[in-house]
Design a protein around this ligand. Sequence first.
Ligand SMILES: Cc1ncc(C[n+]2csc(CCOP(=O)(O)OP(=O)(O)O)c2C)c(N)n1
Ligand SMILES: [Mg+2]
Length: 400
Amino acid sequence: MLFSVTNTTLRRLAKPTLMQQSRRAMSTTHSFDLTGSFETHNFDTAPSNTAEMTKEELVSMFELMYTMRRMEITCDNEYKARAIRGFCHLYDGQEAVATGIQYALSKDDSWITSYRCHCVALARGGSVSRVIGELFGVADGYSHAKGGSMHMYNKEHNFFGGAGIVGAQVPVGAGLAFANKYKARPGEPMNVALAAYGDGAANQGQIWEAANMCNLWGLPMIFCIENNHYGMGTSIDRHSSISDYYKMGNAIPGLRIDGMNVLAVKEGMKFAKEYCGSGNGPMYVEMMTYRYHGHSMSDPGTTYRNREEIEFTRTTRDPLEFVKTCLQDAGFMTSEDIKETEKRIRKKVQKEVLKAKESPRPSVEKGLVSDIYAASLTPYDGAYPPYIRMPDMAKSVYFN
Ligand SMILES: Cc1ncc(C[n+]2csc(CCOP(=O)(O)OP(=O)(O)O)c2C)c(N)n1
Ligand SMILES: [Mg+2]
């Protein structure tokens, strides 16, 4: 399984000849071979083994993925400088997954994910300053400083979080799928709902229950397992009795995708969207991916796996190196173009971080407590709750 995916990726990382380069230099579309990128369960059909890409789309995918990488590296640095505190789970290594999904879904499809959500917020329509601003706790943060790293949320972007409880996003995702089916016009394709979760979450009871309901009711739901091979510090061999996650839906059809190949992710997810959106019911999708950082900022990530494993993945399966090779292979960009683009994005990320740092903190009256639920508004006239608990007990505020 993983072995064949690794081999395919390695094969595609091979450089084209000079002849091929000059022949392709002028074209604005290119056809990429995806053979070996998919495995199916309970399906008569499969995604296409070729991806037709325009230069514009592939370049913009690369720009998004590189922005994600720089944003996460910046989070790491800012965390170490103590400008960011609390929980923080980084996504570098997994960029092709969120990017390929974003390019396959429409803006009207619903997406919900786990606490590892910075890059999904970015892909769905956020900006670096708003995502990092959320981590700094400023008013312009993606969730107005009320969510932090694990709770990015934006209904306008059809992005429903950001969930800190492992697996809890999946039944909520089933609810989103229910809503999409309910709101669909008869005879027209439905918007789908995608719930992304990890290999560690995949055996949770609530996921089996949600899968049963989605299948019974024919909901347009994509169960998307981002298999990065570890649940915190425990490898899949030790935490799961089954390693073929795409078969876990039993009667529900499944698809395994090389999650380090953004083109395969996009093509596979187009197939999933069409299948689920046409009234065929739910689908399981397993993305074979890898996280470079530890589970969170408190985990160095090297006690339960060795440095060679991380280094091997970086050198043979890195999703950014892969997309750069594709760009050059198609004659869409030269290595100089790529370096220029990377430089421009690095500068842009730095600028966005400065912008976030200069943003004001939320005010108590208008910002921080405005959406806090209170059963009774008296005797405080609904202005704010009587008590705000701060991390430092001595700084907590009483208003009465
Ligand atoms: C119900 C619940 N149990 C345990 C935890 C603690 N916890 C946080 S993340 C995690 C591991 C999840 O791993 P996985 O689903 O593979 O996601 P990944 O972190 O690899 O993206 C655990 C056990 C939690 N947040 N919620
Ligand atoms: Mg995992």
